[in-house]
Design a protein around this ligand. Structure first.
Ligand SMILES: C[S@@+](CC[C@H](N)C(=O)[O-])C[C@H]1O[C@@H](n2cnc3c(N)ncnc32)[C@H](O)[C@@H]1O
Length: 350
């Protein structure tokens, strides 16, 4: 299965505040999940030498996994200071694993008996032997599907009720449902019987909130200004430059549990809405924070898509410069309110 090439870089590690905030906000949830595992099955932790196995799926540069991993290790060490802990960092093969390994190794260096590995393979394929994993977690990644199945006016898909009623919306909905089901089937096989799957993903409130709609409107601007930047350099501005990501309400994720796709039970759901990009009286400060964040999330995808379409590296660089440094800033300044913090909605599933 061919997956769009995505490669998050050091720029992502430094500018992914929104994703980092959502990971930090759910530390209490992930530690509660591990505490419950300990209570239910103390022998797995106490009188055991079998390494406790953890995977982070869609690890990117690794930075945002460190707080959760650190808290989990501290908790396990209270029970068993000697238990070996194996950590698998997963992302697509084109990810910068040398950055991820360096970042996570140094972030966890104070801990002993920790074994860190990387695995470059799509999480829509089998990643681990059957019945081998204790805890699989994934933050801000399962909203990615391998490819965009239909053109959109926005930079990514927001499956609001309005979009879900359109032909493109139905195609995205079906595709995302199929991949979510596949993801669950694969993880179900890989998890030990008492293992846990812990997911955080950007989503949408149901019905879409004012903040969600603001984000949809921003995404329209991200896309239209990128197409303008292409046109400025006389390059074809076709409509398939949308990231293969879909934000949708909890009901779509729950459907797989209700349909009993696997025997896994949905134990808990939660959501967080918080300030992701702070507002600022000085619109330039807000806009530079916002564009750094947008650049970190989109630049590598847009660059590789342009190159796939035969645009040379030099021209692709010029388009991206024009896009992030001028066009996007100008349009956001006209359309958005810099004093109002940008809020994103994240869903959690255990
Ligand atoms: C927005 S980043 C999230 C990174 C990090 N987990 C965080 O919380 O900040 C999404 C990551 O998912 C990865 N990804 C997307 N599709 C994937 C797939 N099919 N298999 C593995 N990783 C994937 C991307 O390469 C990217 O690094």
């Amino acid at each position: 299965m061919e997956t769009e090439k995505v490669r998050m870089t050091q720029d992502y590690n430094q500018n992914s505040h929104a994703q980092r905030n959502s990971a930090l906000c759910s530390i209490t949830n992930i530690t509660a999940c591990v505490r419950e595992m300990i209570e239910k099955n103390p022998d797995r932790f106490k009188n055991n030498e079998l390494p406790f196995t953890i995977a982070d799926l869609g690890c990117a540069g690794g930075n945002n996994a460190i707080p959760a991993l650190d808290s989990i290790i501290i908790l396990i060490r209270e029970i068993n200071p000697e238990l070996p802990i194996s950590i698998y960092l997963n992302d697509t093969p084109s990810n910068d694993f040398s950055l991820a390994m360096k970042t996570v190794n140094s972030g966890l260096e104070k801990h002993k008996n920790i074994w860190i590995y990387s695995t470059g393979k799509s999480f829509y394929e089998g990643l681990f032997p059957e019945n081998s994993m204790d805890l699989i977690f994934s933050t801000s990644s399962v909203h990615w599907i391998p490819r965009s199945p239909a053109p959109l006016a926005t930079m990514s898909c927001f499956l609001t009720d309005e979009l879900a009623a359109t032909p493109e919306g139905k195609i995205w909905e079906k595709e995302a449902d199929q991949y979510w089901k596949l993801f669950l089937e694969l993880r179900y096989k890989e998890l030990r019987r008492d293992g846990r799957l812990f997911i955080i993903t950007p989503g949408l409130s149901d019905p879409a909130s004012e903040d969600d709609i603001r984000f949809v409107n921003q995404s329209l601007i991200w896309k239209s200004t990128f197409l303008e930047a292409l046109k400025q350099f006389d390059l074809p501005a076709d409509n398939d430059y949308s990231l293969p990501i879909i934000l949708r309400p909890l009901k779509y994720y729950k459907k797989a549990a209700e349909d009993k796709t696997t025997e896994m039970q949905l134990l808990e759901t939660f959501s967080t809405t918080h300030e992701q990009i702070e507002g600022d009286k000085d619109s330039k400060v807000y806009l530079s924070r916002l564009t750094n964040w947008i650049r970190a999330a989109t630049s590598e995808f847009l660059k590789s898509k342009m190159i796939q379409k035969g645009i040379n590296e030099e021209s692709a660089r010029k388009v991206l410069d024009e896009y992030y440094n001028k066009k996007l800033m100008q349009s956001l300044l006209q359309e958005d309110d810099p004093q109002k913090p940008l809020k994103l909605y994240f869903l959690g599933l255990v």
